[in-house]
Design a protein around this ligand. Structure first.
Ligand SMILES: *Cc1c(COP(=O)(O)O)cnc(C)c1O
Length: 355
Protein backbone atom coordinates (compact mmCIF):
# COMPACT_ATOMS: atom_id res chain seq x y z
CA UNK A 1 0.00 0.00 0.00
CA UNK A 2 1.43 3.40 -0.91
CA UNK A 3 1.29 6.10 1.78
CA UNK A 4 -1.73 8.40 1.96
CA UNK A 5 -1.55 12.18 1.43
CA UNK A 6 -1.91 12.60 5.22
CA UNK A 7 1.14 10.39 5.78
CA UNK A 8 3.30 12.01 3.11
CA UNK A 9 2.40 15.71 3.20
CA UNK A 10 3.87 17.97 5.90
CA UNK A 11 1.45 18.19 8.85
CA UNK A 12 1.48 22.01 8.81
CA UNK A 13 0.17 21.87 5.23
CA UNK A 14 -2.53 19.34 6.16
CA UNK A 15 -3.55 21.71 9.00
CA UNK A 16 -3.88 24.73 6.67
CA UNK A 17 -7.24 25.81 5.40
CA UNK A 18 -7.14 26.57 1.66
CA UNK A 19 -7.55 30.21 0.62
CA UNK A 20 -11.25 30.28 -0.19
CA UNK A 21 -12.54 32.23 -3.18
CA UNK A 22 -16.36 32.25 -3.30
CA UNK A 23 -18.31 31.87 -6.53
CA UNK A 24 -19.32 35.35 -7.67
CA UNK A 25 -21.31 34.43 -10.78
CA UNK A 26 -24.08 36.99 -11.31
CA UNK A 27 -23.21 38.92 -8.14
CA UNK A 28 -22.40 42.58 -7.52
CA UNK A 29 -18.82 41.78 -6.64
CA UNK A 30 -17.52 43.95 -3.82
CA UNK A 31 -15.41 41.37 -1.99
CA UNK A 32 -11.92 41.44 -3.49
CA UNK A 33 -10.74 45.05 -3.88
CA UNK A 34 -10.95 44.94 -7.65
CA UNK A 35 -11.20 48.13 -9.69
CA UNK A 36 -14.82 48.15 -10.97
CA UNK A 37 -14.03 50.12 -14.12
CA UNK A 38 -13.10 48.65 -17.48
CA UNK A 39 -10.30 50.03 -19.61
CA UNK A 40 -11.39 52.62 -22.22
CA UNK A 41 -12.30 51.08 -25.58
CA UNK A 42 -9.16 52.37 -27.33
CA UNK A 43 -6.96 50.72 -24.74
CA UNK A 44 -8.87 47.45 -24.99
CA UNK A 45 -8.28 47.46 -28.72
CA UNK A 46 -4.60 48.13 -28.13
CA UNK A 47 -4.51 45.15 -25.73
CA UNK A 48 -6.13 42.98 -28.43
CA UNK A 49 -3.54 44.12 -30.97
CA UNK A 50 -0.68 43.38 -28.56
CA UNK A 51 -2.09 39.93 -27.79
CA UNK A 52 -2.44 39.17 -31.51
CA UNK A 53 1.19 40.12 -32.13
CA UNK A 54 2.70 38.43 -29.06
CA UNK A 55 5.20 35.62 -29.64
CA UNK A 56 3.39 32.92 -27.69
CA UNK A 57 5.69 30.25 -29.14
CA UNK A 58 8.68 31.85 -27.38
CA UNK A 59 9.56 31.94 -23.71
CA UNK A 60 9.16 35.36 -22.13
CA UNK A 61 12.12 37.70 -21.60
CA UNK A 62 13.32 36.33 -18.24
CA UNK A 63 14.54 39.75 -17.11
CA UNK A 64 11.47 41.62 -18.49
CA UNK A 65 13.75 44.60 -18.96
CA UNK A 66 11.39 46.76 -21.04
CA UNK A 67 8.54 46.29 -18.59
CA UNK A 68 10.80 47.11 -15.65
CA UNK A 69 11.93 50.33 -17.27
CA UNK A 70 8.35 51.46 -17.88
CA UNK A 71 7.33 50.44 -14.35
CA UNK A 72 10.24 52.42 -12.93
CA UNK A 73 8.96 55.50 -14.68
CA UNK A 74 5.24 54.97 -14.02
CA UNK A 75 5.69 54.04 -10.34
CA UNK A 76 8.46 56.58 -9.64
CA UNK A 77 10.89 53.96 -8.40
CA UNK A 78 14.15 55.67 -7.36
CA UNK A 79 17.00 55.27 -9.85
CA UNK A 80 19.25 53.58 -7.29
CA UNK A 81 16.69 50.86 -6.47
CA UNK A 82 16.54 47.50 -8.23
CA UNK A 83 13.25 45.86 -9.28
CA UNK A 84 12.09 42.25 -8.98
CA UNK A 85 8.86 41.15 -10.66
CA UNK A 86 6.39 38.57 -9.39
CA UNK A 87 3.33 36.75 -10.67
CA UNK A 88 1.29 39.00 -8.40
CA UNK A 89 2.79 40.22 -5.16
CA UNK A 90 1.65 37.02 -3.44
CA UNK A 91 4.43 35.25 -5.31
CA UNK A 92 6.92 37.80 -4.02
CA UNK A 93 5.87 37.20 -0.41
CA UNK A 94 6.48 33.51 -0.99
CA UNK A 95 9.85 34.14 -2.60
CA UNK A 96 11.07 36.23 0.34
CA UNK A 97 9.85 33.65 2.87
CA UNK A 98 11.57 30.85 0.93
CA UNK A 99 14.84 32.77 1.03
CA UNK A 100 14.72 33.62 4.74
CA UNK A 101 13.37 30.39 6.24
CA UNK A 102 16.48 29.35 8.12
CA UNK A 103 15.64 27.05 11.05
CA UNK A 104 13.72 29.05 13.65
CA UNK A 105 13.54 32.25 11.57
CA UNK A 106 10.42 34.32 12.27
CA UNK A 107 8.08 36.34 10.06
CA UNK A 108 6.45 39.04 12.18
CA UNK A 109 3.41 41.09 11.23
CA UNK A 110 0.79 43.13 13.04
CA UNK A 111 -2.62 41.50 13.12
CA UNK A 112 -5.25 41.46 11.88
CA UNK A 113 -3.49 41.98 8.56
CA UNK A 114 -3.16 40.28 5.18
CA UNK A 115 -3.86 36.57 5.72
CA UNK A 116 -1.25 35.46 3.20
CA UNK A 117 1.60 36.52 5.55
CA UNK A 118 0.63 33.81 8.03
CA UNK A 119 -0.30 31.30 5.38
CA UNK A 120 2.91 31.67 3.37
CA UNK A 121 5.08 31.74 6.51
CA UNK A 122 3.47 28.48 7.55
CA UNK A 123 3.90 26.58 4.31
CA UNK A 124 7.41 27.94 3.74
CA UNK A 125 8.39 26.73 7.21
CA UNK A 126 8.87 30.10 8.94
CA UNK A 127 7.77 30.76 12.49
CA UNK A 128 4.87 33.23 12.33
CA UNK A 129 4.57 35.92 15.03
CA UNK A 130 1.43 38.10 15.02
CA UNK A 131 1.39 41.28 17.10
CA UNK A 132 -2.12 42.55 17.90
CA UNK A 133 -3.02 46.04 16.74
CA UNK A 134 -4.17 48.61 19.28
CA UNK A 135 -7.43 50.51 19.64
CA UNK A 136 -9.20 51.14 16.30
CA UNK A 137 -6.52 49.10 14.54
CA UNK A 138 -3.68 51.56 15.09
CA UNK A 139 -0.20 50.07 15.19
CA UNK A 140 0.82 49.24 18.78
CA UNK A 141 4.27 50.79 18.68
CA UNK A 142 5.46 49.45 22.05
CA UNK A 143 4.10 45.94 21.42
CA UNK A 144 5.78 45.86 18.00
CA UNK A 145 9.12 47.07 19.36
CA UNK A 146 9.14 44.62 22.24
CA UNK A 147 8.15 41.72 19.96
CA UNK A 148 10.97 42.66 17.59
CA UNK A 149 13.38 42.77 20.52
CA UNK A 150 12.16 39.39 21.84
CA UNK A 151 11.69 37.44 18.58
CA UNK A 152 14.45 38.96 16.41
CA UNK A 153 12.38 38.37 13.26
CA UNK A 154 14.22 37.73 10.01
CA UNK A 155 11.30 39.36 8.24
CA UNK A 156 8.67 41.97 9.13
CA UNK A 157 5.68 42.52 6.83
CA UNK A 158 3.69 45.74 7.10
CA UNK A 159 0.68 46.32 4.85
CA UNK A 160 0.57 50.09 4.28
CA UNK A 161 -2.40 50.77 4.17
CA UNK A 162 -3.40 47.69 6.10
CA UNK A 163 -5.80 45.04 4.78
CA UNK A 164 -8.48 44.32 6.06
CA UNK A 165 -8.61 47.40 8.29
CA UNK A 166 -7.97 50.04 5.59
CA UNK A 167 -5.85 52.45 7.62
CA UNK A 168 -2.31 53.76 7.20
CA UNK A 169 -0.13 53.20 10.26
CA UNK A 170 1.70 56.01 12.03
CA UNK A 171 4.85 56.93 10.09
CA UNK A 172 7.05 57.59 13.10
CA UNK A 173 6.13 54.21 14.62
CA UNK A 174 7.11 52.56 11.34
CA UNK A 175 10.40 54.43 11.30
CA UNK A 176 11.08 53.21 14.85
CA UNK A 177 10.40 49.65 13.61
CA UNK A 178 12.76 50.16 10.68
CA UNK A 179 15.44 51.36 13.10
CA UNK A 180 14.89 48.46 15.51
CA UNK A 181 14.37 45.50 13.16
CA UNK A 182 17.40 43.21 12.89
CA UNK A 183 16.17 41.72 9.60
CA UNK A 184 14.31 42.67 6.48
CA UNK A 185 11.25 44.96 6.61
CA UNK A 186 8.84 44.84 3.66
CA UNK A 187 6.28 47.59 3.21
CA UNK A 188 3.41 46.05 1.26
CA UNK A 189 1.91 49.00 -0.60
CA UNK A 190 -0.81 47.11 -2.47
CA UNK A 191 -3.23 50.03 -1.90
CA UNK A 192 -0.80 52.81 -2.68
CA UNK A 193 -2.97 54.23 -5.50
CA UNK A 194 -5.67 55.15 -2.96
CA UNK A 195 -3.46 56.27 -0.08
CA UNK A 196 -1.16 59.11 -1.07
CA UNK A 197 1.63 57.89 1.21
CA UNK A 198 4.61 55.65 0.52
CA UNK A 199 7.91 54.46 1.91
CA UNK A 200 9.43 54.37 -1.60
CA UNK A 201 11.31 57.67 -1.02
CA UNK A 202 12.86 56.19 2.15
CA UNK A 203 14.51 53.25 0.37
CA UNK A 204 17.92 54.91 0.36
CA UNK A 205 17.71 55.73 4.07
CA UNK A 206 17.00 52.20 5.35
CA UNK A 207 19.27 49.45 3.96
CA UNK A 208 16.89 46.70 5.14
CA UNK A 209 13.71 48.20 3.68
CA UNK A 210 12.01 46.79 0.60
CA UNK A 211 8.82 48.24 -0.91
CA UNK A 212 6.31 45.90 -2.57
CA UNK A 213 3.49 46.94 -4.88
CA UNK A 214 1.01 45.28 -7.20
CA UNK A 215 -1.01 46.32 -10.25
CA UNK A 216 -3.95 44.23 -8.98
CA UNK A 217 -5.80 46.87 -6.98
CA UNK A 218 -5.02 49.54 -9.58
CA UNK A 219 -7.21 47.72 -12.11
CA UNK A 220 -5.17 44.80 -13.45
CA UNK A 221 -5.88 41.95 -11.02
CA UNK A 222 -6.26 39.52 -13.91
CA UNK A 223 -2.82 40.24 -15.36
CA UNK A 224 -0.97 39.09 -12.21
CA UNK A 225 1.93 41.48 -11.78
CA UNK A 226 3.58 42.61 -8.58
CA UNK A 227 6.99 44.08 -7.94
CA UNK A 228 9.54 44.60 -5.23
CA UNK A 229 11.83 47.63 -5.15
CA UNK A 230 14.98 47.94 -3.09
CA UNK A 231 18.71 47.49 -2.77
CA UNK A 232 20.46 45.26 -5.29
CA UNK A 233 22.23 43.27 -2.56
CA UNK A 234 18.82 41.96 -1.44
CA UNK A 235 17.11 41.58 -4.79
CA UNK A 236 19.99 39.75 -6.47
CA UNK A 237 19.73 37.04 -3.81
CA UNK A 238 15.93 36.81 -3.96
CA UNK A 239 16.10 36.65 -7.75
CA UNK A 240 17.83 33.25 -7.51
CA UNK A 241 14.57 31.78 -6.19
CA UNK A 242 12.37 33.37 -8.81
CA UNK A 243 11.36 30.84 -11.46
CA UNK A 244 12.81 32.22 -14.72
CA UNK A 245 9.55 32.72 -16.63
CA UNK A 246 7.25 33.79 -13.80
CA UNK A 247 5.90 36.79 -15.74
CA UNK A 248 4.35 35.53 -18.98
CA UNK A 249 4.60 37.03 -22.47
CA UNK A 250 1.09 38.53 -22.48
CA UNK A 251 1.49 40.14 -19.08
CA UNK A 252 4.83 41.62 -20.09
CA UNK A 253 3.65 43.26 -23.29
CA UNK A 254 0.26 44.38 -22.01
CA UNK A 255 1.48 45.72 -18.67
CA UNK A 256 4.33 47.58 -20.39
CA UNK A 257 1.92 49.39 -22.71
CA UNK A 258 -0.56 50.10 -19.92
CA UNK A 259 2.23 51.62 -17.82
CA UNK A 260 2.73 54.14 -20.61
CA UNK A 261 -0.91 55.08 -20.00
CA UNK A 262 -0.87 54.72 -16.23
CA UNK A 263 -2.66 58.07 -15.95
CA UNK A 264 -5.88 56.34 -17.05
CA UNK A 265 -5.65 53.87 -14.17
CA UNK A 266 -4.69 56.63 -11.73
CA UNK A 267 -7.73 58.61 -12.84
CA UNK A 268 -9.93 55.58 -12.09
CA UNK A 269 -8.27 55.34 -8.68
CA UNK A 270 -9.15 59.00 -8.02
CA UNK A 271 -12.78 58.27 -8.91
CA UNK A 272 -12.73 55.34 -6.48
CA UNK A 273 -11.30 57.58 -3.73
CA UNK A 274 -14.06 60.13 -4.36
CA UNK A 275 -16.66 57.35 -4.17
CA UNK A 276 -15.08 56.10 -0.96
CA UNK A 277 -16.04 59.37 0.72
CA UNK A 278 -19.68 58.97 -0.29
CA UNK A 279 -19.75 55.35 0.83
CA UNK A 280 -18.21 56.26 4.21
CA UNK A 281 -20.87 58.95 4.69
CA UNK A 282 -23.66 56.55 3.75
CA UNK A 283 -22.38 53.90 6.18
CA UNK A 284 -22.03 56.49 8.96
CA UNK A 285 -25.68 57.35 8.38
CA UNK A 286 -26.90 53.81 9.13
CA UNK A 287 -27.77 53.21 12.75
CA UNK A 288 -25.89 50.37 14.40
CA UNK A 289 -22.98 50.46 11.96
CA UNK A 290 -19.51 51.25 13.32
CA UNK A 291 -17.35 52.47 10.45
CA UNK A 292 -13.55 52.55 10.30
CA UNK A 293 -11.69 55.18 8.31
CA UNK A 294 -10.02 54.08 5.08
CA UNK A 295 -6.99 55.04 3.02
CA UNK A 296 -7.67 52.18 0.61
CA UNK A 297 -10.35 51.12 -1.92
CA UNK A 298 -12.40 49.29 0.70
CA UNK A 299 -14.12 50.03 3.99
CA UNK A 300 -14.23 47.95 7.17
CA UNK A 301 -17.36 48.19 9.28
CA UNK A 302 -18.90 46.43 12.25
CA UNK A 303 -22.54 45.54 12.77
CA UNK A 304 -24.31 43.23 15.21
CA UNK A 305 -25.11 39.89 13.55
CA UNK A 306 -22.58 40.43 10.74
CA UNK A 307 -22.83 36.85 9.55
CA UNK A 308 -26.58 37.11 9.04
CA UNK A 309 -26.19 40.52 7.34
CA UNK A 310 -23.60 38.98 5.01
CA UNK A 311 -25.95 36.13 4.08
CA UNK A 312 -28.87 38.52 3.57
CA UNK A 313 -26.74 40.61 1.24
CA UNK A 314 -25.70 37.51 -0.67
CA UNK A 315 -29.33 36.58 -1.18
CA UNK A 316 -29.74 39.99 -2.79
CA UNK A 317 -26.78 39.14 -5.07
CA UNK A 318 -24.36 41.49 -3.29
CA UNK A 319 -21.06 39.83 -2.37
CA UNK A 320 -18.82 41.49 0.25
CA UNK A 321 -16.32 39.96 2.68
CA UNK A 322 -17.27 38.45 6.02
CA UNK A 323 -14.41 38.84 8.50
CA UNK A 324 -16.20 37.66 11.63
CA UNK A 325 -14.44 34.50 12.75
CA UNK A 326 -11.10 35.28 11.07
CA UNK A 327 -9.59 37.16 14.03
CA UNK A 328 -10.76 38.03 17.54
CA UNK A 329 -10.50 41.77 16.83
CA UNK A 330 -12.72 41.43 13.75
CA UNK A 331 -15.78 40.18 15.57
CA UNK A 332 -18.92 41.21 13.63
CA UNK A 333 -16.81 42.92 10.97
CA UNK A 334 -17.49 43.13 7.25
CA UNK A 335 -15.40 44.61 4.47
CA UNK A 336 -16.80 46.18 1.33
CA UNK A 337 -14.83 47.16 -1.76
CA UNK A 338 -15.65 50.57 -3.24
CA UNK A 339 -17.46 49.94 -6.51
CA UNK A 340 -19.04 52.12 -9.18
CA UNK A 341 -21.57 54.74 -8.00
CA UNK A 342 -24.43 52.41 -9.03
CA UNK A 343 -22.91 49.42 -7.24
CA UNK A 344 -22.36 51.45 -4.07
CA UNK A 345 -25.96 52.71 -4.12
CA UNK A 346 -27.27 49.17 -4.60
CA UNK A 347 -25.04 47.93 -1.78
CA UNK A 348 -26.24 50.59 0.66
CA UNK A 349 -29.90 49.90 -0.23
CA UNK A 350 -29.37 46.14 0.16
CA UNK A 351 -27.53 46.66 3.46
CA UNK A 352 -30.41 48.68 4.90
CA UNK A 353 -32.84 45.85 4.17
CA UNK A 354 -30.35 43.25 5.48
CA UNK A 355 -30.04 44.55 9.03
C1 LIG B 1 -4.33 42.05 -2.54
C2 LIG B 1 -3.12 42.12 -1.70
C3 LIG B 1 -1.89 41.56 -2.12
C4 LIG B 1 -1.77 40.60 -3.27
O1 LIG B 1 -1.93 41.10 -4.49
P1 LIG B 1 -1.55 40.32 -5.81
O2 LIG B 1 -2.81 40.28 -6.57
O3 LIG B 1 -1.00 38.95 -5.49
O4 LIG B 1 -0.50 41.17 -6.42
C5 LIG B 1 -0.78 41.76 -1.34
N1 LIG B 1 -0.85 42.43 -0.19
C6 LIG B 1 -1.99 42.94 0.27
C7 LIG B 1 -2.00 43.66 1.56
C8 LIG B 1 -3.16 42.80 -0.46
O5 LIG B 1 -4.32 43.25 0.03
Amino acid sequence: MPLSPEELIRPEVIALRAYHVPDAQGMIKLDAMENPYELPQAMREEVARLAAGAALNRYPDPSASELKQLLRHAMRIPAEADILLGNGSDEIIQLIALALNRPGAALLAPEPSFVMYRMIATFCGMRYVGVPLAERFALDREAMLSAIDREEPALVFIAYPNNPTGNLFDESALEAILDAAPGLVVMDEAYHAFAGASFMPRLSRYPNLLVMRTLSKLGLAGLRLGFLAGARRWLEQLDKLRLPYNVNVLTQVIAARLMENVGTLEEQARRIVAQRGGLLDALHGIEGVEVFSSDANFILFRIAGARRVFENLKEQRVLIKLLDGTHAMLRDCLRVTVGTPQENTLFIAALKTSI
